[in-house]
Write a protein that binds this ligand. Sequence first.
Ligand code: GLA
Ligand code: ZN
Length: 680
Amino acid sequence: MEKFDQLKMFNTLLHGGDYNPDQWLDHPEVLKEDIELMKKAHINCVSLAIFAWAKLEPEENVYDFKWLKDIIDNLYANGIYTLLATPSGAMPAWLATKYPECLEVTEQGLRRYYGERHNFCHSSPVYQEKVKAIDEKLSQCFGKHPGVIAWHISNEFGGDDQDSQCHCELCQIAFRKWLKDKYQTLDNLNHAWWNNFWSHTITDWDQIHSPSMQGEHELHGLKLDWKRFTSYQKLQFAKMEIQAVKKYSDLPVTTNMMTFFKPLDYYQWGKEFDFVSWDSYPEWHLEEDELSVASRNACFHQLIRSIKKAPFLLMESTPSMVNWKPINTLKRPNMHELSSLQAIACGSNSVQYFQWRKGRGSSEKFHGAVVDHRNHDNTRVFNDVKKLGERLVNTSDQIIGTINKPEVCMIYDWDNRWALEDVQGLERGNINYDLLFNHYYRPLWDMGIDTDIVDMTYDLDDYKVVIAPFNYMYKPGYADKVRKFVKNGGIYITNCFSGEVDENDLCFMDHHPLSDVLGINTEEIDTVDVRYWPNEIEFDDHSFNVKNIRALIHTTTAKVLASYKQDFYQGYPALTVNEYGQGKAYFIASHNDLDFLSYLYQKILKQANITNHFDAKLTLGVTINTRKDQEKELFFVQNFNRNKAEIYLNSSYENIETKQILQHQVTLEPFECMILKKTK
Ligand code: GLA
Ligand code: ZN
């Protein structure tokens, strides 16, 4: 097969979802109806066999693939492609009974009973062997089937419970081996973990145990390495599966990732897959408006796209509601189209659902689906899906081949997150990197500025502006990269509690690693209850409220742009800028309300002449993402307001779906998304 085309992917926008015919094999009429309904809803792909292990291998080494082949053949005959899953996400009961070592052991040392899913030990040789065997068989049987277009490896590695992780003896041994490979000697490890503290010097590798509330749970170096190890260990498992499905097949592989999922470093993961995909379940309609949810969701779409700087697939989303949140709210009219097109706007080449049809029993029977228990194609949801399907069919040719090309980038880093959230200090136990990060992302979303989101290992050369909030840990080489970036004319924005520790979570001594670039040195950091200790900063004759985190710094070469107004911090710099080489570096010492960041970003982007290229005046809640190719730029104009919104166009644009020419004032319906391009 030719090399997988990262940009065009499957040459058409995909529309489909998780299909579980294994629940309906004794209902041929249902399977028949599925095909009819899929065609009606413009479905062109399904994700198949994700949880079908018990049907594919009902007894050990007894495989039954006939039903699956019939399903795939029939789908293909009807123009519907299959993303074929490996079934490792949920083991069959016979396997757990015969090989209990496959089941996870909790932090307290208890082996779990059989049940649930995503509950296996990734170190278990037996589990690996069993998964490899069935994956290779699937590869042999379906790897060259013309109806199968990709491999969907397992399901949501590491889910459903973020804290669930096997602590069995096999995992302890694997962890120690990983540490030995990394540190070579115990001296190195003792130094990296600062083990002279509390007399924790390790004298034998076997003294090391995974962090547990029953034992060691405050040793930051250990906890950080355990996080790294468990992400790596699961990735090794995924790589084993990738190799297995590729044994007889050249099809591209992916796995479905999750929003800001703490246990897995998705930047590392992305390297092993041909394309990236993720499952998006934003909490629409649970707040007073949709804007912060929309911004957070866009942020993650953009992170996912940035992993490969290429289009991705929206592997799962709900067409209506989920069933696992404290409050399970339906998508209100138009939200299905808007949230789906938001994914496309941010670089997805698909809209896929969990789930195609509601099951009759068990825990997901009330989870939203395209096809409900009753009324089938005569439901609001089915019609929403069908309508979206029409839009995807009509726009596919224009969208395929385009991609977002941001000039702005933010640094999000998993090692940083693991270390930062473990800090004993600030508001201990309450440091939420994602919330903090999203705060610094939000004004970009408001302005309709597309943003790449990459970790500290990526190149910065493509960008004009780099924003690195709460970049507490600096990986080796990072400071030099930023130094070069600014020297060559880049604009770097960072803030308090950045550049505190190295990759081992050991504090930098003497000075901030970028003190020359930033022109400052940091001293103390304060966390307060703002109810009792309010403060403001003064910037360009405007006052802005300061939030709970405040750094005290002094300048060396930087210019002070804003200072604290009250209390003993009065007069200390709150915002500085330093000219360095051809570029500039900003340091935000105080963590401030959003209006400050909006003001600052607007000012900086204006000076640097960075716009979203959409020649219009937007209103709050209407945002833009831009996908382009060599000939055109497509503007996805998204109104996340519950009300109509007016925007004012300064140039004339064509609506690529209706072909209507738009000028001057344009009204968007509540939750409407228009796709526009400039008229020639
Ligand atoms: C996840 C899983 C699916 C399903 C959905 C429900 O994304 O991958 O199998 O459980 O959640 O929202
Ligand atoms: Zn284990």
